[in-house]
Design a protein around this ligand. Sequence first.
Ligand code: CA
Length: 424
Amino acid sequence: MSANPNDPTLRSWVTTPKDSDFPIQNLPFGVAARKSDQAPFAASIIGNLIVDLHALSTLDAFKDIALPHNIFAHSDLNAFISLGRSITTQVRGRLSEILVDGTPFDTIREKRDQWLVPNTEVVHLLPVTIGDYTDFYSSLEHATNVGSMFRDPSNPLLPNWKHIPVGYHGRSSSIRVSGHSFPRPHGQLKPQDGPPEYGPSRMVDFELEMGFIIGKGTELGETIPADQAEEHIFGLALFNDWSARDIQKWEYVPLGPFLGKNFASTLSPWIITMDALEPFRTNGPVQDVPVLPYLETTGPKTYDIALEVLIQPAGGQPSRVCQSNFKYLYWNMCQQLAHHTVNGCDMRVGDLLASGTISGPTPDSYGSMLELCWGGTKTVTLEDGSTRKSIQDGDTVIMRGACEKNGVRIGFGDCAATVLPAKP
Ligand code: CA
């Protein structure tokens, strides 16, 4: 049948801008709706054009693939993902065959106006219904920076850190797709010398994270061996785990993050498949403390994904404030998933597991304002000359990520959201 959809020499008959996140080798999955009728459909994207998978299915594009009726007309991808990796891989492969230069699917290509929609004519929806969201704390640099600022610079890591992929249960109800805005949160704040007070957070921050979506669930009591964990992952998306540092600082003892974290989180619209990421597989950092056998993995288990964060003031231009990489994470996704299920906790398709802030070794690679401004002792200067120690009203924070190799760029699309003034 077809060529390898990841073949760097593949070209599409759809013109894609040279620096596009979405060449024919990407073909991620998401959910969109035309602004004209608001009916949701499962989607992919090539260049600046949205692929309406439901419209394609009505043209018999997938008739030889075992797909339930109207599988692409849902408001989320959960049912599609539940069909399993072999089916979702076949659908991506078919998309590649339809979109490639010299496609044998002539009649489908001729009807392109029915299933290719300009990106400007759609709205994006959350790609999956997220049952549960878990956040890890898997960057050694981030944990070291935070430990140095808040505890002991000479001994920043807690004793469990190199033995356990530390995590906590977050909240899924407040996760939104890129492009949204939310009001600055209120909460309890504790001034240095004074009683706690109530008011808007003065320290709204971003956390540069990568999320992965569960593609194959488990039963209660079942565990996922680390070396089989990839079979349970559908794909990756950028994630901003918005944080209110002043609320967090006062509330987190002894049970951890709560209202300082759950007022909003932002997910990028496209799930980049494990298939598309395969060429960018690489080794993570050396784990210099032996891990328990259930956390052992063999071979390269992470991906070389360059990441950046930009801050765009209201009416202004975006300024890059951070450059990091997914491969810096100390704990990989397989270890996170093995650990999460080692007690028998069940996973469901669509669950979101996020990496924790992805900081790198150099100060310009820190993935939060907390670290970039080192606990408020420094400032970040934007291109318009204004400075920040935290995110101001009207600021839009934009996260981007992309893998590049052999002239192919697999991008994630923007993960962007705007902080509005606090409600009165
Ligand atoms: Ca986080």
